[in-house]
Write a protein that binds this ligand. Sequence first.
Ligand SMILES: [Zn+2]
Length: 310
Amino acid sequence: MADDIPFDKNFDLVPDRVQEVAPGVRAVVANNPGPFTFKGTMSYIIGRGKVAILDPGPADDAHIAALLDAVRGETVTHIFVTHTHRDHSPAVPKVKAATGAKVYAQGPHRLARPLHIGETRRLDASADMDFRPDVALADGETVSGDGWTLEAVTTPGHTSNHMAFAFKEANLLFSGDHVMAWSTTIVAPPDGAMSDYMASLHKLARRTEQIYLPGHGAPVREAPRFVEFCIRHREGRESSVLHRLAKGAADIPTLVKAIYIGLDPRLAGAAGLSVLAHLEDLVARGRVATDGPPSIGATYRLAEAPLADG
Ligand SMILES: [Zn+2]
């Protein structure tokens, strides 16, 4: 897909076995590999003795047992959730019941914008609609435990409630699915929004953490530089959309075919939604026109030359 981003697809963790991945951070990868999840969801354990668990993972009893086994003899004081997709949060109720820990996150699952008339949510099954945090965190809030402090960093785009967490003592960032080393993230309306996603990338580009521990795959190294690559990649994709539309009006399948060369067919639906995310943003900015609200089935064309700012 994108050869402009220096992806890292190395990964040597074994499912449901605990391993230290950074000083003070252990990981247990769930056994849910797939085109959207790479080798599986990363659940992290922060600290020693009195610990926090970040992203307990999918509703998979073997994974939950492995995670609880990894903290046997320790006390879980906090549970953090980056976002409410079914590969990250559905294990929360069982882990919470087993540990008594409080759950911290941005909030319940919600859409980035209201549904259009007649619109259905294509990735509906991916959302965990039941999730509710005990404590809703705002951007910049910090939560401390025994030997660790996490700063909440709102990073909407992949989902509206996506939150990254900066581990202050270790100068690293848990980036969830917002920034990952193995692939770009999926930005799928109406749950996600491209304008939010780009703003969240720019927000991370201004931060100093050099290492990100993502929701899937290996750590992101030289993270600020990697984030710049992600920004340029999306800008390039936007240019491709505009370039194709300059040749004439087109629907989303035509744009996907023109832009995503060699796409894994399992990702065609997601690619269509990513293009829709770009089109929503371009329509909002007056660069592209369509009839009615931007939708998956609509036809798009370049807007007439935009009026100069008054
Ligand atoms: Zn995920």
